[in-house]
Design a protein. Sequence first.
Length: 698
Amino acid sequence: MSNRGRGTVQTRSFAAKTHRLDIDGLRGLAVAGVVAYHFGLGVPGGYGGVDIFFVISGFLIAGIIKSELDVGSFSLAGFYVRRIRRILPALVVMAVVTTLFAAAVLFPVDLKAYGRSLLGVATSTSNYVFAHETGYFNGPATGKPLLHTWSLSVEEQFYLAFPLLLAVVYRWRRDAAVAVLVLIALLSFAYSVRQVDLRPERAFFVTPTRIWELLAGVLLALGVAPRFASRVLRESAAAAGIALILFGYFYFTNQTPFPGIAAVPLCLGAVLVIYAGSETSAPPTVVARFLSLPPAVGIGLVSYSIYLWHWPLMVLVRYRFPDVWQGEATGHLSVGLAFAAASTALGALSWRFVEQPFRQSRLRNPPRSAFASAALSIALLASLAFWLTNRPGWFHNWPNDIRPLLAEWGTGKGPSCASHRVARGWPAPACLVGASDVAADTVLWGDSHATALLSSVAAYGAAHDRAIIIASYLNCPPLADAVFYGAPKNNHCHTSVDELMKRVMAPDVRRVVIVARWAMYAEGENDGREVFLLSPGPRSDNAPVFSALLEATVKRIAAKGREVVLLGPIPEQTDNIAAAFARHYAWGQSLPPEPTLAMFLNRQRHVLPVLQRLEAVPNVRVVYPHSALCDDKVCHYSKDGAPLYRDTNHLNRTGAAAISGIIAQVFSDASSNGSAKASGDRKPLATLSGTGPSTAVP
């Protein structure tokens, strides 16, 4: 994304050219695709413009390095000085200005996340920061002003390693350089294809899945392909290249698995356009003449700055004034065009007053001055990042009525066992709630959805002289023998689950209550951030594997004479409810619509059938909390004007209290001794038909 400068490219196969206007135009086409995609201007695959930039960068950088190696003038220090002067000034100015506006606009929890991403920018690792936080195409990504810097980090990491690798291999054995780079490119491509299937959100960001795209341009610059002897071949290649790029722009969508195989048309298209225009002794192709037109060249020259400014502009305006952005509503096209025009204007200003002065400046002792400037810039951004991360919200005196919401929103993981008695003999961090002078014979086992109910369960236990074990483990499904193929970091769950399965078989345990964010494990997806694949096959295999694991786990416990109570799914919201209420109170923004019952049933389409089957198993009960949160039309997120959720899917204290009747059913001995199939709140059948019980919140 960053290599937008002029340079002399001289390769074995391509004659030297001082400057290629068609490559400027290709850069213009690339940034136009990205901007059009982000601003909703009818280019659903425009995000592929980034891949075109990668090819261009690889081609130009390799050409420059090779030409210097050929004449013995290559210097690593000189190369890095040019990159610093080309990339850093505009990036730092954008980051500092964006930080000032972010501090004035973002709520504390988002400002803290912004601080982490700013540190990623300072250290050229923002692609990995975002790989662990969000997916590129999902909702939360639109609240991250520095998300677009992921591609700059990929290039910067490439610039750190590639020149040294090429210099060493090229000087050692020139004929081996191409072979080594081809091998690396093939390994990167294979890894990209595999990771798109396993961990698509992460695959989009990380450098190993993108190296092959940069190397496609590198190999072209190193002369791996013969010259075109025929004008017809050059014209055909250029036309095919543009066709492939446009195919990617207009055929791909945010649902296309990417990069992997889907990136091939865009990268190959860029390679063909560059290759077809590299013959200096022949007239330019029709495509090259089109790309050399002044408007395309002009956009290409300022493409780096346009790219830098367009995303934070959109994110911050959309964050503060979401009603300006109406999705597909009337007027959206004009809004998108206005944002595109504003981004172009900001890019032109940045190019004129930041990029050009720094690139053309004549510094004394350029290496020392450049490296010192880079160190100071990194220190500045890192200091700002540290400040924001450790003191989020310092720029505001938030109104009293939203401070509790901001605190709740910022807790991230909700209630904790830390303030309760330790449950000795149970896998940490299990705790004991309720009565303190009786033995606990009941355990609530689950993921963070179990922790979200802690206050309500503790209140029930205290009121009914019951002691209850809370055994909740973040992002660990209560499924015995589950293997995470898409999220290796969660395989630590095996230890907790294995220990818990042994512990619940002890004679002092009478009842095991199980709760989780069931749909997340059935679907294999968590808000676009993490993939919970329970099968090594495609994601479509996840649901049947989930069903088999849940049934096996429940039957295994019930077969030992323990009563198993399954708590059905908590209805999920389409928006972060605490955030929505904070914006509503602070800025008067409209609250989001409540999700319909049909949306809930669709989300739980793989969950409710298996729960219904398990109701027929001896010693098993199923209780459905949505009967207290949904009516026959919608699933509510508030009660008497107070939010019931702390994010999209976890109940807050008010929400947990709102289903106190459900909690009573779960832990009541009366419910256990009665018919397990008698209560309407334990049967989803009425709700499935659209006529749920009249116990909803309002």
